[in-house]
Design a protein around this ligand. Sequence first.
Ligand SMILES: C[S@@+](CC[C@H](N)C(=O)[O-])C[C@H]1O[C@@H](n2cnc3c(N)ncnc32)[C@H](O)[C@@H]1O
Length: 282
Amino acid sequence: MSLLAANTSWLIACLNLTHSRPTDTKEKPMRARSLLNLFSKRTPRPPGLQLELLDDLDAPFKSTLLSMYHGEPQLGVDGQHHSLDETVKISPEEGMWLYEECRKSKPGRTVEIGLGYGFSTLFFLAALAKNNFGHHSAIDPYQRSAWHGIGLTTPKALAPPGRFRFVEQTSVRAAVELERECWAYDLIFIDGGHLFEDVLVDFFLYAKLCKIGGLVILDDMWMSSVKTVVSFVRTNRSDFSEVQTPIPNICVFQRVGKDERKWHHFRPFIVDQHQIEVSDES
Ligand SMILES: C[S@@+](CC[C@H](N)C(=O)[O-])C[C@H]1O[C@@H](n2cnc3c(N)ncnc32)[C@H](O)[C@@H]1O
């Protein structure tokens, strides 16, 4: 890692970062790559899923999540069952952290960017159902085109009435509407687009929608793009304070005040230089 002292070198480093994908990705025409490939998390497969962690969940959330973690085909919006891309999910540890946090803090409003098949959504809804309180919004413009609507079908069926809304828009468009409607959130989970600028823009827009005392959680700390956004927040956003967790793949910030930076404020931050090789092969 290197500490960049000036905006120009930061920009160059960012360009290097976003262009540091494996060469085989560049050789493929964009049209030949499925939408699914754009959002998959093709990390080395973890040694095993700790499914026993789900024991604390109530039915039907536990059985549904077990079925999904076992890779069983799930119901799409077309009424058909579809197999799952097994790389697209949060881990049971992460999911249970979200669940326990929601059980503990009993948030009134939660929002997540990026449903995929709806693993994270189901952990949120399980907590909300148990709390008998709260409302969860989930934002994803590609739910039908890339995921057969699985991340919509199951949560819609299991959510307590009136407590779940699906926003079929990009996170950017959704943020503008939510701000206009004066929605403010106790807990915000960012797991949408994973390019550096996607994550940065999601943090920038949704930080404004976070209540003071609320949490913003960034997923996929294994990615250089996410680590670099986290580095920016740690260094430049004193209105957010980092909360330590035992889950290495997430970074949690609590909003502790208003953003009162002067217009010229900028603190150089570390750009992660250790991009993990990611395969786009299906
Ligand atoms: C890795 S998946 C999310 C996995 C999900 N959180 C889970 O636990 O199963 C990333 C999701 O982000 C969505 N996405 C990509 N770009 C987005 C954007 N600009 N706004 C909102 N969602 C986006 C994709 O369609 C995909 O469903």
